[in-house]
Design a protein around this ligand. Structure first.
Ligand SMILES: *Cc1c(COP(=O)(O)O)cnc(C)c1O
Length: 405
């Protein structure tokens, strides 16, 4: 039955697992952490209130066992929440430039950055594409540091058959809105050596105190997400604010990157855990669907001259990540598509030194490849709600812009 008023369809920027009414109430198959542990093939999983909080707790725990080590090596192109988590744990982010044209840390630059002051190295997967964790492990272990795999955007991705996030000494995943499985905000923490879990729990009890106000807010936000994360709801919840921010020229708000150093840390309440547990069973099939869609769409994009599409075997596909010949071309594409309801946007706006709200970080004066990567990349949603005709339109716009330059 047609509704009297139905908002226009809008595709989300990433392929998040949609929630259904049946996720909001009813029986819980098993605790969310048990379901995640069984699927990931690890003994234990710890739930925190965000990926950022999970990283903070991992770092604070590591630091208790290596008091003289205060530096954490991270890619110079990553989520700005990562350096905020490092500072919150009382530590210092050290920026490492990426490989030319890529998001992964340059192994040689990483080796140069690692010393006896290094507590941890954070190899980072982006958009389901995996980083070279083996190289990071070797470089970190050579100086007595640990690796914390940032798999915030890679829940379900595999490297040589094993799950991303379980390759490093420690790994974390994000359950934030739009990142695969979501309880609006949440994070999962895993460790190769099970002994860490008891220590994580101790630190978590100290750092993440019960905050009823925050949990109430997240409960309302998750209910809103369940209601509006659908083709005719996203214009209200996501597209409208995005287009208003773009009209103001407020790119930080458009990209959702106005982050606060004082991010909340608190336990996740029972209702949100139950919602995640009920939805969890659908995640593998959803990943299979989005993987099949990406397999069909990547070759179409890759056939456009000058467009590089990031691919690998075994990853997940929340969005398709593209690198264009230069910044002007990328910006010309975004002028036509960012506000178009077709799920096109930017990943992170800047290399980390170029966020005004992040103070200076060691290594930040020499990250040309991270800046180049930030300037030339864009993302296209891999949500099944972007239908084939809309995807073809996106490709046609990109091709027209690239060819005209
Ligand atoms: C989103 C994200 C984080 C932080 O996760 P939250 O759950 O949003 O706190 C960390 N690293 C990367 C690469 C991310 O994309």
């Amino acid at each position: 039955m047609p509704m009297p008023f139905q908002p226009e369809r809008e595709a989300p920027p990433t392929a998040g697992l949609p929630l259904g009414l049946s996720d909001l109430a009813g029986e819980v198959p098993a605790p969310l952490t048990a379901l995640a542990a069984a699927w990931l093939g690890v003994e234990q999983v710890q739930l925190e209130c965000s990926g950022t909080a999970a990283l903070t707790i991992a770092l604070a725990t590591l630091h208790e066992h290596a008091r003289s080590r205060r530096e954490v090596a991270i890619p110079a192109f990553t989520c700005p929440l990562v350096p905020l988590a490092i500072r919150r744990a009382g530590l210092v982010p050290r920026l490492v430039d990426v490989r030319p044209g890529h998001f992964d840390m340059d192994p040689q630059r990483l080796a140069e950055a690692c010393t006896e002051r290094t507590l941890a190295v954070v190899p980072t997967h982006l958009g389901g594409r995996t980083a070279n964790v083996a190289a990071a492990n070797a470089i970190a272990h050579a100086v007595g540091a640990s690796t914390i795999e940032d798999a915030a955007q890679a829940l379900g991705a595999r490297i040589d058959g094993r799950f991303a996030g379980t390759y490093g000494d420690i790994g974390f995943f994000s359950l934030a809105a739009g990142k695969g499985l979501s309880i609006f905000e949440g994070g999962l923490l895993v460790a190769r050596d099970e002994a860490w879990h008891e220590r994580f729990r101790r630190v978590s009890r100290r750092m993440a105190r019960w905050r009823p106000g925050w949990e109430l807010r997240r409960t309302i936000e998750l209910a809103g997400y369940a209601a509006l994360y659908r083709p005719h709801g996203l214009g209200v919840a996501y597209g409208g604010p995005l287009r208003r921010a773009l009209r103001r020229g407020d790119l930080l708000s458009a990209a959702g990157e106005r982050f606060d150093a004082n991010f909340p840390m608190h336990p996740v309440g029972r209702w949100r855990r139950a919602v995640g547990a009920r939805a969890f069973g659908r995640l593998p099939a959803f990943i299979a669907t989005t993987t099949a869609q990406a397999a069909a769409r990547v070759p179409v994009l890759a056939s456009i001259p000058g467009v590089h599409v990031f691919v690998d075997d075994g990853g997940t596909w929340p969005y398709l990540m593209l690198r264009l010949p230069d910044e002007a071309t990328r910006d010309a594409v975004l002028r036509r598509l960012w506000s178009s309801r077709l799920g096109v946007g930017r990943m992170f706006l800047h290399a980390l030194p170029d966020y005004e709200y992040l103070e200076d970080m060691p290594g930040g004066d020499d990250v040309p490849h991270a800046r180049d990567f930030a300037a030339r990349t864009l993302t296209i949603t891999n949500s099944p709600w972007l239908d084939d005709a809309s995807f073809a339109h996106v490709c046609a716009v990109i091709e027209a812009v690239v060819v005209s330059r």
